[in-house]
Design a protein around this ligand. Sequence first.
Ligand SMILES: CC(C)(COP(=O)(O)OP(=O)(O)OC[C@H]1O[C@@H](n2cnc3c(N)ncnc32)[C@H](O)[C@@H]1OP(=O)(O)O)[C@@H](O)C(=O)NCCC(=O)NCCS
Length: 171
Amino acid sequence: MLHVWPGSAQAGERKRVASIRGMSVRLVELTADNVDAACLIEVKPEQQKFVGTVANSLAQAYVHSGTAWPRLILDDDRLVGFVMGNFDPESEIDAFRAGIWRLNIAADEQGRGYGRFAVDAIAEEARRRGLKRITVLWVRGEGSPEGFYLRMGFTPTGEVIGGETVGELFL
Ligand SMILES: CC(C)(COP(=O)(O)OP(=O)(O)OC[C@H]1O[C@@H](n2cnc3c(N)ncnc32)[C@H](O)[C@@H]1OP(=O)(O)O)[C@@H](O)C(=O)NCCC(=O)NCCS
């Protein structure tokens, strides 16, 4: 179990609050206080080939700072996951203009609604930007998040980019 002490999130970062089975779940931005804990988030061993590490995602966010939207998912003071949106309306590739880039729910926190919360949060941020659709790319296979994204309402567009299936969700 990973903890981020309460003082690590500034008041202005606690924008999105939701209740899952009575729990208080929210997104917070990365800070000097929580970045080390963020890099300790691990998915299940059989899932690791389907998603980059949080450290890799933060490196990507650093070099794509204009489009990446990385956030931690906290439940009270418990760090339960990481999600990174990408909002790049000028991208030549339609599937990269708005959507979920990375999503990592900690292995022992899965199955509690945090993944759904993350998808809803990216959808909400997209709506806030005036967008009507988000996309996500996934790899198929044992341990793949495909079933999760289909459950969340994404439908495959028929495109495959770099071996990854493109899914879209209209908001
Ligand atoms: C995929 C992942 C994000 C799901 O997160 P989670 O917190 O366990 O999901 P939730 O608890 O919010 O599940 C929401 C619903 O999806 C279902 N679901 C979750 N994972 C599923 C899967 N692999 N296949 C089918 N359904 C799934 C749940 O049963 C639940 O169903 P419900 O609506 O009947 O309650 C998580 O397993 C994960 O981090 N996987 C490893 C990393 C990864 O693949 N990330 C995506 C990269 S693109």
